[in-house]
Design a protein around this ligand. Structure first.
Ligand code: ADE
Ligand code: ZN
Length: 322
């Protein structure tokens, strides 16, 4: 049984994290960069744990040096993602990896991504929107230029603001300035929380950053009152089960809390996070949810309705991809 052809809405991916190892190797060769340390002998990405994953991720990003590199990456990623039935995808993009927070450079990188997105829409039938992302372990000060880039480019392609990176660095409130700036510009918000932090991290993220969605959020399962609050407020979780399994945020597929969260009325969606790093695809995620929990077309229909309603795009786009 495979759900490869089921139409899918994916809310949580990181653009650089979607780069296949072969793509990064090709860029490294073009630029004479020795990145052999970040690959396994079999050709995958080599990392031991989450902190090491972030280091390997950032090493891979050093090969992405120009708008043209991002144009090629975006097109390759969208072709692969569309092959798994994804018709609408949101991706985290970081000014830190696209010109270092400089607004003029950022606009050039964005134009290249948008150019690729337009081409992919025609060629592969997939729509892409970008969520500008601060990198938490770079610190609250570094997130401010990212938020400024977000606010200045909020529009057709850039539809939201968020934060990824090392979750245990600081507290959510330390990053309130950036989230306030984005919210005041009318941007919808999401933030990684509860992937590594406990339910207190999820609760503080909701209270201090006032987000509409949470990246992961799986530790909320440890706190029934918090699950009730999340359900009541209609906050949507961007759940990435395969990522959680490979990074050991959960013990295995059978232990994943997505069913418990859903049964408590929490709105859950399904995404891949960084598919080549975690040896996953949207097809693999759906197939494993079927195999592990017996989820079927009806369950996936609900998941996709939830995801589309929570997407940060405008209603015209929503209607077009539905
Ligand atoms: N950046 C890329 N993938 C991430 C993840 N799973 N958690 C936090 N930051 C990330
Ligand atoms: Zn993520």
């Amino acid at each position: 049984m495979t759900f490869k052809n089921t139409p899918k809405i994916e809310l949580h991916t990181h653009l650089e994290g979607c780069a296949p190892p072969s793509f990064i190797k090709g860029l490294a060769a073009e630029k004479n960069l020795d990145l052999s340390k970040i690959f396994t002998p079999e050709g995958g990405y080599a990392f031991r744990d989450f902190d090491h994953f972030l280091q390997v991720y950032e090493a891979a990003c050093t090969t992405l040096q120009s708008p043209e590199d991002f144009r090629r990456l975006t097109l390759a990623v969208l072709e692969e993602t569309a092959a798994h039935g994804v018709v609408y995808m949101e991706t985290f993009v970081s000014p830190d990896f696209c010109g270092g927070g400089d607004l003029v450079a950022w606009r050039e990188y964005l134009a290249a991504m948008q150019d690729a997105a337009n081409q992919a829409e025609t060629q592969f039938g997939i729509t892409l929107k970008g969520i500008v992302t601060g990198i938490r372990h770079f610190g609250p000060e570094a997130c401010k230029p990212a938020a400024k880039c977000a606010v200045e480019t909020f529009g057709d392609f850039i539809t939201g603001y968020g934060m990824a990176g090392g979750e245990m660095v600081g507290r959510p409130g330390d990053y309130a300035y950036s989230f306030d700036m984005a919210r005041e510009a009318g941007m919808p918000l999401t933030c990684h929380a509860g992937e590594w932090g406990g339910p207190d991290m999820v609760a503080d993220t909701i209270r201090d950053l006032r987000v509409a969605r949470i990246g992961h959020g799986i530790s909320a399962v440890q706190d029934p009152a918090l699950m009730e609050q999340i359900a009541e407020q209609g906050i949507v979780l961007e759940v990435c089960p395969g990522s959680n399994v490979v990074l050991n945020a959960v013990e295995g597929w059978a232990d994943h809390p997505i069913v418990k969260l859903r049964d408590r009325g929490v709105k859950v969606t399904v995404s891949t996070d960084d598919p080549p790093f975690f040896h996953t695809t949207m097809t693999a995620e759906y197939d494993m949810l079927h195999k592990t929990f017996g989820w079927n077309e009806d369950d996936f229909k609900t998941i996709n309705e939830t995801a589309l309603a929570a997407a940060f795009c405008d209603d015209d786009t929503r209607a077009r991809v539905a």
